[in-house]
Write a protein that binds this ligand. Structure first.
Ligand SMILES: Nc1ncnc2c1ncn2[C@@H]1O[C@H](COP(=O)(O)OP(=O)(O)OP(=O)(O)O)[C@@H](O)[C@H]1O
Ligand SMILES: [Mg+2]
Length: 419
């Protein structure tokens, strides 16, 4: 068997395993502190300097935010109108941006193995996009990024299938729903689990949706935090009687962890300045001043990090305390579990709908599922778990490895393909 790497390139976290010629797989430390999990973050203060994972966060702080910082870049793969972004005066296509990250992973791995391994199995969400064209585009871009990173034999495996392959084989055949709730996507596979080798016939259904941890963070921003940045302001343009509100399009950008840096664009900036002038009271003007500081000092990441922390606290405590203090910005917001639950109910309902779609590809029903296997960071949310209990019954729910199911299953997949 050839040696290869398996890469789980996640919206929030990425991992790499080395599978040697005898099929033994081992995770390789990816971050500069020796952590096997690499946060999917990039920071570049100058064209020659690139930092990844926790190192990116540290260097961003050391450089006072001067430079470009990227998060959730996986999300852009399926956006056909996102051709690239300007980095240090040069246009950088999305493939190139993703390749810097994959190249870093390959370099760390090659250093550890002492080899230049060019075979890779890459995970991919069940759907990058519901639109077939965009889904295809995302995979092509990922393929191009892997080539630029130095790989030449590249194989894709759906992430929920990989999560399924990672679970223990079962002596008696059982139908398992594998539900992977990550940062960017929620992915589902109905898999026939047994103790023989797997074939495609064992995959009974698969579905996925671009709603997961980032979307929950976006909901918290929208309901509880964005009003501190002027999202509920009203303004009146001279010689025009009507009261106007904060534009919906800008609201969507503010509430998307992946897109918020777009607010820096000149046109948007000028527009915001204008609505501040015409805001109908001083409190609204103050809120917009907080927004300017957020944009100018590139505070989107630290603010979303605080949102994420509050969200994770709400997985185990009845009240989440959001606090953000920075010169010119002062926000305290206590969020009760009841209010939080209500704010995310629509997202959770859409995730459920996507999961139920996996039953439209067969004549199965939720009652036929014998076990539900939850994985991924967002799977730790009690609200997601409650939704699963309601659909399948509490006794069927089992948890597994939160962050490493996909990577260990990718290694299994590659072995099955005799790569
Ligand atoms: N205790 C928790 N409660 C709720 N959410 C959590 C918890 N711990 C982590 N998360 C969320 O889990 C997400 C990251 O999960 P994971 O590492 O599985 O995603 P990923 O693999 O990077 O993303 P994807 O598979 O969608 O590309 C983040 O959105 C994070 O906020
Ligand atoms: Mg994942």
């Amino acid at each position: 068997m050839k040696e290869f790497y398996a890469i789980d390139f996640g919206t929030s976290n990425s991992l790499l395993a080395h599978i040697d010629a005898s099929g033994v797989s081992k995770l390789i430390p990816m971050d500069h502190d020796g952590d096997v999990m690499l946060k999917s973050l990039i920071f570049t203060p100058t064209l020659r300097e690139w930092y990844f994972g926790k190192h990116a966060i540290e260097m961003r702080e050391e450089n006072d935010g001067e430079g470009r910082f990227f998060r959730s870049i996986k999300k852009f793969l399926a956006e056909s109108n996102f051709k690239g972004t300007e980095v240090h005066g040069q246009m950088m296509p999305i493939e190139k941006l993703v390749s810097t990250f994959l190249k870093h992973m390959k370099k760390q791995a090659d250093k550890a193995t002492g080899k230049d391994i060019k075979n890779v199995v890459l995970g991919r969400p069940a759907r990058y996009s519901l639109d077939d064209e965009k889904d295809k585009l995302a995979e092509q871009r990922m393929m191009a990024a892997a080539k630029l990173a130095g790989f030449d034999e590249i194989l894709f495996c759906p992430e929920p299938l990989a999560a399924g392959l990672s679970i223990a084989k079962s002596e008696t055949e059982e139908l398992v729903m594998i539900a992977d709730f990550g940062g960017g996507t929620s992915d589902f596979t109905i898999l026939k689990v047994h103790n023989r080798n797997y074939s495609t016939d064992d995959v009974m259904g698969m579905s996925g949706v671009f709603l997961a941890g980032d979307a929950l963070d976006g909901r918290m921003m929208k309901e509880f935090i964005s009003p501190h940045f002027g999202s509920r302001i009203e303004y009146r343009i001279p010689f025009n009687d009507g009261l106007l509100k904060f534009p919906k399009k800008l609201m969507n950008i503010l509430c998307s962890p992946a897109h918020i840096s777009v607010l820096r664009e000149r046109e948007t900036w000028d527009f915001l300045k204008e609505i501040q002038t015409y805001s109908v009271n001083e409190e609204y003007k103050r809120q917009l001043s907080q927004l300017f500081i957020l944009v100018e000092e590139q505070l989107a990441y630290p603010i979303y990090r605080e949102i994420e922390k509050t969200k994770i606290d709400l997985s185990s405590t009845p009240v989440g305390h959001f606090q953000f203090l920075h010169p010119g910005i002062k926000i305290h917001e206590d969020i009760s579990e009841g209010d939080y639950k209500e704010s995310i109910s629509e997202v959770v309902a859409k995730i459920k709908d996507s999961m139920l779609e996996s039953f439209t590809q067969n004549d199965l029903e939720p009652k036929d599922i014998q076990r539900v296997y939850i994985t991924g960071g967002t799977g730790q949310s009690p609200y997601i778990q409650e939704m699963l209990r309601n659909v399948f019954g509490a006794n069927k729910i089992s948890g597994g490895e939160v962050f490493q199911s996909v990577i260990s299953g990718l290694a299994e997949f590659a072995k099955l393909q005799q790569l």
